[in-house]
Design a protein around this ligand. Structure first.
Ligand code: MG
Ligand code: MG
Length: 248
């Protein structure tokens, strides 16, 4: 069942979303050549806790850290560690926060130092694909109108969309119904109604859309070793344009 949130619940989700967005603002200045992903994790966790919130990924399904940090060919669920960022890398950061029992979830892919034009284009197209999906997240549309427009946008730009991982409903749980695929035909699934809250999150690959999980059982990488980018926002369906909750 897809839950619709009350005004009170939406306010809690706005609070959680603000914490997540604020964490990205902190990380943006810290992301530079030489920093380790573990250091980024500590910065994020400290900030989230200082806001009176809880890092929602820590312990979720046993995940060992407060952020996912996915470098280059890593698609999602990269675990922070002692690797140092280098100029030319791209790094996808995924953050979840919980406050008063409600969740926010967002991901951004950052360039590190100076990166190649083609890699920057991958990042740009992924973010634009997310907003193309958000534009479809309006009351009266069907769920897969979001999915279809994301896929179309990505493929028109010569990249591929990951099938194995999808977006999701979110609210008093990090992952709620429905699943929000980033591909497929339009006009299917639930009809969107005000009060529904979704995490929309395209994962876009430079080469094949095929992915696999590394032996650490967390890190998902592209099968061909080419780059992958990831953007995500938590949004609320309203009577007009969707409200992006994970933005300052
Ligand atoms: Mg996320
Ligand atoms: Mg998510």
């Amino acid at each position: 069942m897809i839950t619709k949130k009350s005004t009170r619940e939406l306010n809690y989700m706005r609070d959680a979303g603000r914490v997540v967005a604020g964490t990205f603002a902190e990380l943006e200045v810290a992301i530079k050549p030489g920093v380790t992903t573990k250091e980024l994790d500590t910065i994020a966790e400290d900030f989230i806790v200082r806001q009176g919130a809880r890092p929602a990924f820590k312990g979720l399904y046993g995940f060992p850290a407060s952020i996912c940090a996915s470098l280059n060919e890593e698609v999602v669920h990269g675990t922070p560690g002692l690797r140092r960022l280098q100029s030319g890398d791209i790094i996808g950061i995924d953050i979840g926060a919980e406050i008063n029992g409600y969740f926010g979830d967002s991901a951004v892919t950052f360039p590190v130092g100076t990166i190649q034009d083609k890699d920057l284009e991958l990042i740009r197209v992924t973010e634009e694909a997310l907003f193309t999906g958000i534009d479809q997240a309006v009351a009266g549309n069907r769920l897969t109108d979001i999915s279809h427009h994301i896929q179309k946008y990505v493929e028109e730009h010569g990249f591929s969309i990951v099938r194995d991982y999808v977006g999701h409903g979110i609210g008093s749980k990090m992952h709620e119904e429905p699943q929000v695929p980033n591909f497929g035909p339009p006009g299917r699934g639930a009809r969107l109604e005000p009060g529904m809250t979704l995490a929309i999150e395209p994962m876009v690959n430079m080469g094949t859309n095929e992915v696999m999980t590394l032996p650490d059982n967390w890190t998902v990488v592209t099968r061909d070793g080419k780059l992958s980018a990831h953007f995500e926002h938590t949004i609320a369906i309203t009577r007009g344009k969707a409200e992006v909750l994970t933005r300052l």
